[in-house]
Design a protein around this ligand. Structure first.
Ligand code: HEC
Length: 159
């Protein structure tokens, strides 16, 4: 078991390094000037939640920068990335309605910090940091798009 685990870890690391090399040259080419300005202070949670015009811009940023690791459906199934549809999904199942916005705010904050800081553990870069790449508006646009994807997928599963 230990051998299998370490071989898998090595493979993941090699794959991440290859994908990272590609990521280093990616530059955001999406026109994001249509995003409503938010100013320099970071909002504690996503101020665009549910805004479909913002989500459309978020989709373009996502397609250009995130799909190669997280897949077009953001589940990560087709590549090495995590399932982003799960970030905050359980919040909508909480029955105490006063807790739902707090849960979603916490999920937003986790999303934002993950994107800004990337995912680097024990010297391995699984995801590069994006803090010098995306503005506050762009990160919340990404969050808006991924959250809507998650809600759409959940609703489709219910039918
Ligand atoms: C080079 C591949 C790669 C790219 C490009 C990439 N990611 Fe990731 N991302 C990953 C991996 C791998 C993980 C899981 C890392 C881990 O094990 O914690 C991850 C984790 C995350 C997480 C945390 C998810 C969780 O459940 O913990 C978020 C949020 C995220 N990525 C968002 C994005 C967004 C938004 C973009 C585009 C701007 C992006 N990622 C681009 C590889 C990538």
């Amino acid at each position: 078991m230990a051998l299998t685990f370490s071989r898998l870890t090595g493979l993941t690391a090699a794959l991440a390094a290859t994908l990272l090399a590609a990521a280093a040259f990616a530059s955001p080419g999406t026109d994001t000037s249509g995003l409503p300005p938010l100013g320099p202070e970071w909002r504690p949670s996503n101020p665009y939640r549910g805004n479909e015009a913002v989500a459309a811009i978020g989709k373009e940023i996502f397609t250009e920068n995130c799909v190669r690791c997280h897949g077009a459906d953001a589940t990560g199934r087709s590549s090495i990335g995590a399932n982003l549809q799960l970030v905050g999904r359980f919040c909508r199942r909480i029955s105490d309605e006063t807790l739902v916005p707090r849960c979603l705010a916490d999920a937003d904050d986790y999303f934002r910090r993950s994107v800004q800081g990337g995912k680097i553990r024990l010297g391995l870069t699984y995801m590069p940091p994006w803090k010098d790449v995306f503005s506050q508006e762009e990160i919340w646009a990404l969050r808006t798009y991924v959250e809507l994807l998650s809600i759409t997928a959940r609703d489709a599963n219910r039918q």
